[in-house]
Design a protein around this ligand. Sequence first.
Ligand code: DC
Length: 225
Amino acid sequence: MSKVMNVAIDGPAGAGKSTIAKRAAKELGYIYVDTGAMYRGMAYHMVEKGIDLLDENAVSEEAKKVHITISYQNGEQVVLVNDQNVNGVIRTPEVSAAASKVSAYPVVRACLLDLQKEMAKKNSVLMDGRDIGTVVLPNADVKIFLTASAEIRGKRRYEEMIQRGEKAELSEIIQDVIKRDEQDMNRKTAPLKQAWDAVLVDSSYMTIDEVVQTIVDLVQKKEMA
Ligand code: DC
């Protein structure tokens, strides 16, 4: 059997991580693990339960009780919260903001860390998030830090929402992106930051195909090493 390969892709919101990671994983024949979706599942559960997201103790206690798992259906990652598929309800701006808040709490992060590490132990994975190269998979074979300017990231998110038929205001979305970056970069536990050994890829003026190819090339070079 060939060696299990671990690829870490980190970067800020809206850099195109999930679209790109999903496609690169498919080309490489690896499993795509979207850790942001796990935090979103956790956040959705807290919102549903009416828990005050600013109350770290209450969120932490609930995080220990809730059961978050992931499964794969037709190659798509499905997040299960207490066995309920939440994929359809975790991409709203409300859940995005809530995920950024709850993911700052160490207990919440600890609850999801084992699941993430376990997946990478058994399978060749391409895992995306904020702290994959720094905390979750510090020994990953390839680490990529994928970014783009806040304006371009906001514009991409805006276009996605318009395509889904949702109402959106571009300037508000850019402000949201900047706010989330600040929260994600400045939290004490596992902040968003480029690992020292990660390759920086700025997708601002690259097509999706070009970014996917860059990543696939980096991984294949490593597979052959
Ligand atoms: O990638 P995303 O937008 O789906 O992530 C949702 C939130 O979860 C984001 O605000 C930061 C947080 N997150 C995190 O703290 N660590 C990760 N590994 C992935 C996401």
